[in-house]
Design a protein around this ligand. Structure first.
Ligand code: ADE
Length: 664
């Protein structure tokens, strides 16, 4: 017992010595924080974060100091001052909180009429990176490096949570409750909020949006406001309000009341709008005149705008900016709307260019102005009144602005042409027509095969994805009728998907019954074995994507079959036989299921390394087992791998491989 007591006493003494020794050591080593410490200078910002770009770390003089940063905008450029700071003392009159966090998360403050953002943190030079929001697993923080980015004028900062449910009942003043502040991608964008009731639930959507483009079919007129004054939108299926404004995070507070009396508006911004509302009430006659003049002006601009909307070519995956292009005129305005305007677009139909199951497609001229002779070529898909359901499906698919992609047909607007008893979908027009027609008339080279196949895969991958290239959430969509006739060839020979009349949003909008009834659709020739057999797992959204991948593989095979890299190129034939043959489900079942037939890949094709690699991927996509198939995204990656392999092959053996010219 004595021995035990002795050991315990010795142990305790040792422990005390160790602890005090260690703390003494730590204390003498360096108890002071090391923080970035620079006078105000421009910062580098992207997405949800900024870096101070300060090369002066400083050992803080006070052992209680933490690292801090102050952030503000001057003429659109973000300025940042970094420093050591005692968190018990106010900084610019603001008490810092959350200073023990290892991340410097900026909080917005109004200081003497200025908007400042401040943050504090604990950790070695932790004020180098400043975050606009608390880090969250929902989005990836890209670590910015100074060498990668440039100082730039910072576009607007808006609340950006996309869609969230809310307790706000569209009265008084509501907070968006969105805790994500985003740097808008494009300097033209303003802050927008929408409130709607969907299936009984109130929903608030907060986004950045370019007012040159319609938002839910509406052109925003209030985007220069400093506060977000909600206005009810008529003609919507549900109760729907929209507001826009152009001040930092102004789409956070939503005024359903008149802003002349918003409760609790102490900020200078609100005072400004208060003044303007006062003016309005003092000069009703003046306003009436202004309204009349604006109505006249809007009517005129509506025509102009539809004709001159920005020409977009796609989305830059780096900056997520929409790339504006003038040369690709047909791939133009990105309006996703129903033209509610009683005034229909001034369109003159020229010639029929396609005939589908439910509709006919015309090449048409969209006139630029009343006096102006100039026009833009567009495609008009005309549905008879009986095909309302197909028109609606396709219009609803196109109405999702997140569907916009350079490899998805660009949608302009939809119209209910009551007088002619038909519905219209107006889209970009592509002179080269559909892929089947193109392949019938052209032999392509290896480079064109990669361009066409790669862009097709990117289009399908985007359709299937639940995020856009910019990381915004989007509904995954199954096309369900992929075939070469539903792919258009653009001027640069890249492809885009069209005809979404059978498409399905793979989100929760479908009831189990609707899902169960959505079995066998599409074109028999391109149907996956499980679709032919009606054995798809309808409860698993992946099954719809797997069936699309099978059809895409057949289209990739068609493109390959017309590429000079395979050697002897024969006349165009669709998969499984002659063009004119009408293949029914039963005959396809015999070929595809009983005999497990697939389009032929002759041994001679594989003399070309690239074609060989591509054909193995195609085979993996038309596997009988849907689960074993590659995803469209995987095919996108395979195309880049194959292209890089071919670059090294061609530098070794340039002449042995294909030249890449395409001929008529
Ligand atoms: N055929 C079907 N849609 C088309 C379009 N948008 N452009 C050209 N041809 C088409």
């Amino acid at each position: 017992m004595e021995r035990v007591m002795e050991r315990v006493a010795f142990g305790s003494v040792l422990l005390v010595c160790l602890v005090s020794g260690a703390s003494a050591l730590l204390h003498t080593a360096n108890p002071h924080a090391v923080c970035k410490s620079c006078d105000p200078q421009p910062a580098i910002c992207k997405s949800y974060q900024c870096i101070a770009n300060c090369s002066f770390p400083k050992v803080c003089p006070n052992p209680d100091d933490v690292c801090a940063a102050v952030w503000w905008r001057e003429d659109g450029v973000v300025m940042v001052e970094t420093m050591c700071h005692d968190p018990m003392q106010p900084l610019y009159g603001v008490k810092l909180d959350n200073f023990s966090s290892s991340d410097c998360v900026l909080t917005i403050r109004f200081v003497k009429g200025r908007i400042l953002r401040l943050c504090a943190c604990t950790g070695h030079e932790c004020n180098e990176h400043m975050l606009l929001n608390k880090p969250d697993n929902d989005y990836d923080l890209v670590l910015l490096r100074t060498s990668e980015t440039k100082v730039f004028r910072l576009p607007q900062l808006c609340k950006f949570c996309d869609v969230e449910s809310t307790a706000c009942n569209a009265t008084g003043v509501c907070e968006s409750s969105c805790n994500i502040t985003s740097i808008c991608e494009n300097p033209d964008e303003v802050c927008v909020s929408a409130w709607r009731r969907s299936e009984g639930n109130a929903i608030i959507e907060t986004v950045c949006h370019n007012p040159a483009l319609p938002f839910y079919g509406q052109y925003l007129t209030d985007y220069n406001n400093t506060v977000c004054q909600m206005k009810q939108v008529e003609d919507m299926k549900e109760e729907f309000y929209i507001c826009s404004c152009n001040e930092e995070e102004c789409n956070d507070r939503l005024f359903f009341t008149d802003v002349s009396s918003p409760p609790g508006t102490e900020s200078p911004l609100s005072k400004r709008s208060l003044r303007s509302v006062l003016l309005v009430s003092l000069f009703p006659v003046l306003i009436a005149v202004v309204v009349l003049l604006s109505a006249f002006y809007c009517f005129h601009m509506f025509h102009q705008h539809n004709l001159k909307a920005p020409k977009t070519k796609g989305i830059d995956s780096e900056t997520c900016a929409i790339i504006v292009s003038d040369d690709d005129r047909s791939d133009s305005s990105s309006a996703n709307s129903l033209n509610h305007n009683t005034e229909l677009l001034p369109i003159q139909l020229d010639a029929i260019v396609g005939k589908g199951r439910f509709a006919e497609v015309y090449r048409a001229k969209l006139k630029q102005g009343a006096k102006d002779e100039s026009f833009q070529k567009v495609a008009v898909k005309i549905f008879p009144y009986e095909e309302y359901a197909s028109w609606k499906t396709e219009w609803e698919i196109f109405s999702d602005t997140e569907l916009r992609h350079e490899n998805v047909l660009q949608f302009l607007t939809a119209e209910d042409r009551k007088a002619e008893q038909c519905y219209w979908l107006i889209t970009a027009y592509h002179e080269r027509g559909n892929l089947q027609e193109f392949l019938t008339q052209h032999v392509i080279g290896w480079d064109e095969l990669c361009r066409m196949g790669g862009s097709l895969a990117r289009g399908v991958a985007h359709l299937h994805a639940d995020r856009t290239l910019c990381g915004r959430s989007k509904a995954p969509i199954a096309h369900r009728d992929l075939k070469s006739a539903n792919v258009l060839v653009k001027a640069d020979l890249s492809c885009c998907l069209c005809d979404f009349g059978l498409s399905l949003r793979l989100d929760n909008s479908m009831s189990p019954e609707e899902l169960a009834n959505s079995g066998q659709v599409g074109t028999a020739r391109y149907m996956a074995p499980e679709v032919l057999e009606s054995r798809m797992d309808l409860e698993n959204i992946e099954s719809f994507k797997q069936a699309d991948v099978y059809s895409m593989a057949l289209v990739l095979w068609e493109i390959t079959s017309r590429c000079s890299a395979i050697g002897d190129v024969r006349e165009y034939k669709p998969p499984f036989g002659k063009l004119k043959d009408h293949l029914c489900v039963e005959s396809m079942k015999d070929d595809v299921i009983r005999d497990e037939l697939r389009p032929e890949i002759p041994a001679s094709w594989t003399n070309h390394t690239g074609v060989q690699l591509l054909c193995s991927s195609i085979e993996e996509c038309w596997d009988h087992d849907p689960e074993a198939r590659l995803t469209a995204q995987c095919i996108v990656e395979r195309f880049s791998e194959i292209s890089s392999t071919m670059i090294s092959v061609s530098s070794d053996d340039k002449s042995a491989q294909d030249s890449g010219n395409y001929e008529k």
